[in-house]
Write a protein that binds this ligand. Structure first.
Ligand code: FAD
Length: 464
């Protein structure tokens, strides 16, 4: 009988795993359960959808027919309530059960509870799924001002798309500056400057006490100081935590996320976890409060999870990127520890570059453990590898071309720009990159292989 691979969650990790499993095992039964109503879509581009830069067909990456063609059984609007690891079954809310041979949990993150009066008013929105984005879009006709409660990536993305639609935005920030657990003061200041230049009002050290309503609709926010701010749209749920409720009581070990080893196996041998929900055992990646929130990491882990579920020896995922995105059109990447409290063995260095670019490297005991790259996509891919390898300082300098030496054999002698063959995004490949290296498209995350004929470079779809 064929193996039944069950996947919970149809985001970047779950979808990639399903595709990889099908490609590797044509006999297997592959089932994906998702509580959402749409097939796989580019979640990280929901902001572009609201801003009007992407249409629905452009956002939905894979039609239902495409799943059928690939014989991947997709069950939409089917939340899994719990995992019964002893019985090797997933359990629906109705009590119905489905047996698995191998299970992948790829449930991502969910909004942390946000308990203030008024969250049930019309005009109070979360912004995590396509359905919620459609609801935001529907409401926009009546909105002139918006308040965003929480300064996570989701909130920032929404702020950007609302500004693009001519809406005045107030951003509440719990602390004095942006993302102090990931960014140093300079990078925080750059993010804040961009937001303020774009017309966003930042309210530092501010939170909301209640959402004010009239006739069942939100009309404003009452700040903790008692001040009332007008807003017809209020975004909540911007703080995220791993979606692990379904494994509680199952015997599968959890911390903040689901604990996994280097092959993404959980404490149960036939259960795997990948993407934002997966927390490497013994790593401090999630910190006290955090959660992974990174498309690129989730996509890469989907591939690794599939290989592990097939008992294949997989390439380890050299994935240290914690955040990769753009703030109002300015590239921002945080790789590993972009920010660490000063210690004797920790040093930071800024890379030279144009004024609009900020690149900070963090070394521990002379080895690269983190980087912040702001204002450019340049060197993110290389730095990801170098941080994942904890490369010594000399190697970092040589690979980034900071030393005057000629590029090593097989490496590109020049930088070239090309388009992703899948989504047409423009990608820049830098001098020093090895021919044959696999890059991921920063938009659709397709693996792309670098080719160079001595004069000209191009990208082709890779087959991991
Ligand atoms: C507005 C927005 C902007 C973003 N911008 C960026 C960005 O610029 N850069 C970046 O790197 N990342 C960004 N992200 C984050 C990125 O989208 C996530 O890191 C990535 O989607 C994680 O993939 P995943 O597969 O782990 O989980 P998800 O994509 O979250 O998918 C998990 C799926 O599982 C489903 N699910 C959960 N529980 C259950 C259950 N019990 N039963 C059935 N289904 C369930 C969920 O509904 C969801 O569909 C953004 C996210 C949002 C919402």
């Amino acid at each position: 009988m064929s193996t039944h691979f069950v996947i919970i969650g149809n985001g970047a990790a779950g979808y990639r795993a399903a595709k990889s499993l099908r490609r590797a095992d044509s006999d297997a039964q592959v089932s994906i359960f998702t509580d959402e109503r749409h097939p796989f879509y580019l979640r990280r581009q929901l902001g572009d959808f609201i801003a009007g830069n992407l249409t629905l067909p452009e956002l939905i990456f894979q039609s239902r027919n495409a799943y059928r063609r690939e014989r991947i059984d997709l069950f939409l609007m089917t939340p899994i309530e719990r995992v019964d690891a002893d019985a090797h079954e997933v359990v629906f809310a109705s009590g119905q059960r489905v047996r698995y041979d191998r299970l992948l949990i790829a449930t991502g993150t969910q909004a942390a509870p946000f308990d203030i009066p008024g969250t049930d008013l019309a005009g109070v929105v979360a912004f995590d799924t396509l359905t919620q984005a459609q609801e935001v879009k529907r409401l926009l006709g009546d909105v002139r001002r918006a308040a965003i409660l929480g300064e996570g990536v989701v909130g920032l993305t929404l702020a950007e798309s609302l500004v693009a639609r001519g809406i005045r935005v107030t951003q509440f920030m719990q602390g004095e500056r942006f993302w102090p657990e990931m960014l140093d003061e300079r990078a925080s200041a750059l993010v804040e400057e961009i937001l303020e230049d774009a017309g966003v009002t930042l309210r530092r050290q501010a939170s909301a006490r209640a959402i004010i309503g009239a006739g069942g609709r939100a009309i404003g926010v009452e700040a903790t100081g008692g001040e009332a701010l007008p807003a017809e749209l209020v975004a909540v749920g911007c703080r995220r935590r791993p979606a692990i409720d379904l494994v509680r009581g199952s015997g599968i070990e959890v911390g903040r996320g689901i604990h996994v080893d280097a092959t993404l196996r959980t404490s149960r041998t036939d259960v795997f976890a990948a993407g934002d929900v997966a927390e490497p055992t013994g790593s401090d990646e999630f910190g006290e409060e955090g959660a992974a929130f990174c498309w690129q990491r989730a996509w890469a882990q989907g591939g690794l999870a599939a290989a592990s579920m097939l008992d294949q020896k997989a390439r380890p995922v050299l994935e240290a990127v914690r955040l990769r995105g753009a703030v109002f059109g300015h590239d921002l990447a945080v790789i590993g520890h972009g920010q660490l409290a000063p210690k004797d063995n920790v040093t930071a260095a800024e890379l030279p570059g144009p004024a609009a670019v900020y690149r900070r490297l963090v070394f521990e005991d002379g080895r690269l453990i983190g980087a912040i790259v702001f204002g450019t996509g340049e060197s993110v891919h290389e730095l990801n590898r170098l941080v994942a390898e904890r490369a010594p300082r000399g190697v970092v300098e040589a690979r980034l071309g900071l030393s005057a030496e000629a590029p090593p054999k097989g490496a590109l002698a020049d930088t070239f720009a090309s388009h992703c063959p899948i989504c047409a995004a423009e990608l820049v490949v830098y001098r020093g990159t090895q021919t044959g290296a696999v890059l991921q498209c920063s938009v659709c995350s397709t693996d792309l292989v670098v080719h160079w004929d001595g004069h000209r470079g191009w990208l082709e779809i890779g087959h991991p």
